[in-house]
Design a protein around this ligand. Structure first.
Ligand code: NAD
Ligand code: MLT
Length: 309
């Protein structure tokens, strides 16, 4: 049986598949007909966020039993088409949570202290000490939109660093929020109270464009962090709000279109700092998600229960 892997995953995951007796084919950066051709005789497919697993993929892969997502977000997989074609979709919901939360905290600090901008100028030979007067996170209010696994981990970390927490998540209980030291509020209150607003929802029809011009104006003078999914925050609106001084700055790891096209408006604004979807890119996280995804693919191919873990 063949498992096709179309986005790079840690070697430990590939090894686990081979040790379990499966042929492993890696085909990175394939799309269109090349992807359809590669998947046509695959029994398992493993992806991260770089492969568009659309209806054509399911229709081309008549032997496909499972798509394993070595990570959390499944917005690049057509779940309806998977169901119609009887294919299991399993993600790795735990393995990169700490990495994503740490990156979020790092991005908040980097934006608040203009670390990338100061670093670039110093490397360019400029001692711009007088140009950067930062903001402390201590004592400020963090607004969290989406208090799931990553949002909760961010809450714990930034609570311990002295931030006040408010959160908007219509699907969790007030009790859970309270246990994390956060007050559960409506979206308007979350936006208005936040000095730093961080987004941790999945990208769904409900969350797409959730934060746009009007919502950004409610965070007036604050910072936005998005290490969840591009598309939850409207990129044109965010670029404009920072460029016009409505917001102090923003830190963004994820984009509506990836890799980031050269004409993305966020690239042109000084106080917007960017990373290329690095939230889950730590050795530990990559090993975790690769091995747990491999285990789920092996289980499915052996007709054993698949537990999203
Ligand atoms: P999760 O499913 O555990 O939590 C998501 C939370 O969002 C849930 O509590 C849910 O109730 C809430 N939510 C859903 N719709 C909402 C809405 N309309 N308004 C407010 N809240 C809403 O997911 P997670 O593991 O915490 O991941 C969060 C996001 O981070 C996902 O988009 C995931 O893909 C992304 N992620 C990115 C990276 C990265 O590399 N940058 C790494 C890991 C996760
Ligand atoms: C995820 O949803 O897990 C992240 O986007 C991480 C990734 O796959 O790079």
């Amino acid at each position: 049986m063949k498992v096709l892997v179309t986005d790079p995953i840690a070697d430990a995951g590939l090894e686990r598949l081979r040790e379990s007796g499966y042929e492993v084919e890696t085909a990175y950066d394939v799309e269109g007909d090349a992807l359809l051709n590669a998947v046509s005789d695959a029994n398992g497919l493993i992806v991260r966020s770089g492969t568009d697993v659309n209806r054509d993929v399911f229709e081309a892969a008549s032997d496909l039993v499972i798509v394993g997502r070595a990570g959390i977000g499944v917005d690049n997989i057509d779940i309806e088409a998977a169901t119609e074609n009887g294919v299991i979709v399993a993600n790795a919901p735990e393995g990169n949570v700490r990495a994503a939360a740490e990156h979020t905290v790092a991005m908040a600090f980097a934006a608040a202290r203009s670390i990338p901008q100061a670093h670039a100028r110093l490397k360019g030979g400029e001692w711009a000490k007088g140009d950067y007067l930062g903001t402390e996170l201590n004592g400020k209010t963090l607004g969290i939109v989406g208090l799931g696994r990553v949002g909760q981990e961010v809450a714990k970390k930034l609570d311990s660093l002295g931030m006040n927490l408010v959160a908007y998540d219509p699907y969790i209980s007030e009790d859970l929020a309270r246990q994390l030291g956060a007050e559960l509020v409506e979206l308007d209150d979350c936006l208005e109270q936040a000095d730093f607003l961080t987004v941790h929802t999945p990208l769904t029809p409900e969350t797409e464009g959730l934060i746009s011009t009007e919502e950004l104006a409610q965070v007036e003078g604050g910072y936005i962090v998005n290490c969840a999914r591009g598309g939850v925050i409207d990129e044109d609106a965010l670029a404009e709000a920072v460029a016009d001084g409505v917001l102090a700055g923003a830190a963004v790891d994820v984009f509506a279109e990836e890799p980031l096209p050269k004409d993305n408006p966020l690239l042109d604004v000084d106080d917007v700092i960017l990373t290329p979807h690095l939230g889950a890119s730590t050795e530990a996280a990559q090993e975790n998600v690769a091995t747990s995804t491999a285990d789920q693919v092996v289980a499915a191919l052996r007709e054993e229960p698949v537990i999203n873990a």
